[in-house]
Design a protein around this ligand. Structure first.
Ligand SMILES: O=C(O)CCC(=O)C(=O)O
Ligand SMILES: [Fe+2]
Length: 364
């Protein structure tokens, strides 16, 4: 089933609308769903009533970008883990993170370390990665040991621990090669990453309004106004918004604009030096400008959850509308970044340990 967010011709919308109404009514009936195809079962189970309703009442021109939720700021602002003094956020820094939805830039690595890594990262861009048996920017921490070493740096882990708690898993990472002249990445946000395949969430927090996921974005090149540094709409993590289908091609191959109430005075552009990083909740609306220079802008990110959040559960494949279609999860697992995994809710793959690759060529 292709659920790419784009404006469909009127006749297609006229066919889909009654089907959606039926599925909404079926969800409300709580009748068994076992005889439906898997994708239909996922939609009935995972879509919130407001997601159905937004699509139906807009005549299939509008939907939530991800599972709808709000964001509750903790009543008492304090670190969620004890860390060494050199990594401690001040109360003001914590407060600004909760108010804005992001914090940084923060120092982690030297320009020399990034200089050396840049060569390896550029080489990896072209290689078939054994984890997915394809050329992909996804999850370089499995196949490039240096990426995992960087991720485990206390400059990073000790900062995230104060925001998410002591026990942390990496469930995703990605290279971002923004070539000379590359276009902008449009405003987007995510909650449980249902935004990737529009049927199943990737992560399963117990409480959707809590902060259950953080992204750490590490600059390998200096990231500047000219080459498309990250931009945020400060304070926009309070709610998951809707998208309107149509308009210019934007987010990879999708075709939509995010609807939000924030004026330009909320835009914060964050230039970052090579070796520095930014932490943000993916719920904070963000994007990056075009690269107007003749050099690339390299970066990588990691996505982190507390061990109490399950990832992918028993799935074998996960679709990504934006990022290369289906990904087989046969060689995927969460990687313990810090602390202990008392919950053991997801499959595990520790990048530093040997991995027996499962053949995925036919399955993917
Ligand atoms: O690197 C970019 O321009 C975008 C990064 C991003 O959206 C993310 O890390 O979630
Ligand atoms: Fe993003």
């Amino acid at each position: 089933m292709n659920l790419a967010p784009k404006l469909r011709p009127l006749w297609k919308r006229a066919l889909i609308l009654p089907a959606l109404c039926f599925l909404l009514a079926y969800k409300a009936s709580h009748l068994p769903t076992s005889f439906f195809p898997k994708d239909v079962r996922s939609i009935i189970k995972n879509w919130h009533y407001v997601q159905f309703w937004m699509l139906i009442k807009s005549g299939l021109t509008r939907t939530y970008i991800d599972e709808p939720c709000t964001f509750s700021v903790p009543k008492v602002i304090k670190p969620k883990a004890e860390v060494a003094p050199e990594f401690r956020f001040s109360e003001d820094q914590l407060r600004s993170f909760y108010e804005n939805g992001f914090i940084g830039p923060i120092d982690a690595f030297s320009p020399a370390e990034m200089e050396e890594f840049r060569v390896e990262m550029l080489a990896a861009e072209e290689k078939t990665c054994p984890t997915y048996d394809k050329v992909t920017p996804r999850d370089p921490h499995f196949d490039t040991p240096k990426v995992w070493d960087f991720m485990k740096s206390p400059a990073i882990t000790e900062r995230i621990a104060q925001l998410l708690g002591p026990d942390l898993l990496v469930w995703r990472s990605q290279h971002f090669y923004k070539g000379p002249g590359a276009p902008s990445i449009q405003w987007h946000q995510a909650s449980t990453f249902m935004v990737e395949d529009y049927m199943d969430p990737a992560i399963y927090p117990k409480d959707l309004s809590e902060m259950f996921q953080l992204t750490v974005w590490i600059a390998v090149d200096d990231s500047t106004y000219e080459n498309g540094c990250l931009e945020f709409l400060r304070g926009s993590h309070e709610e998951i918004r809707t998208i309107k289908f149509g308009g210019e091609d934007g987010f990879y191959k999708a075709n939509f604009s995010l609807e939000h109430p924030y004026g330009d005075d909320h835009i914060v552009k964050v230039p970052v030096k090579a070796g520095q990083f930014i932490i943000f909740t993916e719920r904070c609306i963000h994007g990056s400008g075009p690269n107007t220079t003749d050099r690339h802008r390299l970066a990588f990110n990691m996505r982190v959850v507390p061990t109490s959040v399950a990832v992918y559960t028993d799935k074998e494949k996960y679709r990504s509308i934006y990022n290369g279609g289906r990904y087989s999860l046969k060689n995927w697992g969460v990687s313990l970044l810090r602390g202990k995994d008392k919950h053991q809710l997801s499959r595990v793959r520790q990048p530093e340990e040997p991995h027996e690759f499962v053949e995925i060529r036919k399955a993917a």
